[in-house]
Write a protein that binds this ligand. Structure first.
Ligand code: GRF
Length: 203
């Protein structure tokens, strides 16, 4: 069976690209990207989708009276596309509880810190300002609480003397892109077992 993936984006889309490449080069088998959905018209991620013949859909937040209305439209599209898995890849909107409920343990996000440290925006800056010696990225299932869902995978990198939020973010992005495609492969291969907060990777 082919796993249909829908990807939600707001920006440049390097994590989207990583998953596209892994599907195209056969690293991830039995999966296809059904569509890429953006809340930003100018998101470069939409161009990436187009270059690979993937449908890109823009939903204008201004056309919706509230978050729930936006997410109702989004949910309609996700269902229409037959999505089995939803990836948040630099998607900047908070997702409503009803959407999370509908796709429980089937929505995955990536965050640029070792959760539960440095939740929310500017995680790399938070890490620099806190003075940690190591940081990293976390791929996790999405729960209603922000950046708090069951952890699938983490990758760790050192914070170097002289690092700024920008230099750290750049080095971290390489690990993020790897972690995301590895985690998606585990999901697609049916190797993730979720028990409460604990995600077990089956042999
Ligand atoms: C990444 O740093 C990711 O961890 C965070 O948003 C950024 C998205 O980057 N959630 P990209 O759009 O995938 O390049």
């Amino acid at each position: 069976m082919t796993v249909k993936i829908s990807v939600l984006v707001s920006g440049r889309g390097t994590n989207l690209q990583s998953v596209i490449d892994a599907i195209e080069n056969g690293e991830i088998e039995n999966a296809e990207i059904a569509c890429v959905i953006s809340d930003k018209k100018e998101a470069y991620a939409l161009e990436r989708a187009e270059k690979h013949g993937i449908e890109g859909i823009y939903i204008d937040p201004k056309s919706c009276a509230c978050r729930q209305e936006f997410d109702d439209i989004l949910l309609g599209i996700l269902k229409e596309k037959g999505s089995d898995l939803v990836l948040l890849a630099g998607y900047l909107r908070i997702i409503s509880d009803s959407l999370i409920e509908e796709y429980r343990n089937r929505i995955i996000n990536i965050h640029p810190s070792l959760l539960p440290s440095f939740k929310g925006l500017n995680a790399q800056r938070q890490a620099i300002e806190y003075g940690v010696k190591y940081t990293g990225c976390t791929v996790h299932f999405v729960e209603p609480d922000l950046d708090a869902g069951p952890i699938i995978m983490q990758k760790v990198i050192p914070v170097l003397d002289g690092d700024t939020a920008d230099t750290l973010a750049k080095r971290l992005l390489i690990e993020e892109n790897k972690a995301y495609r590895e985690a998606v492969k585990l999901f697609v291969d049916g190797k993730l077992e979720v028990n409460g907060r604990i995600v077990k990777i089956k042999e």
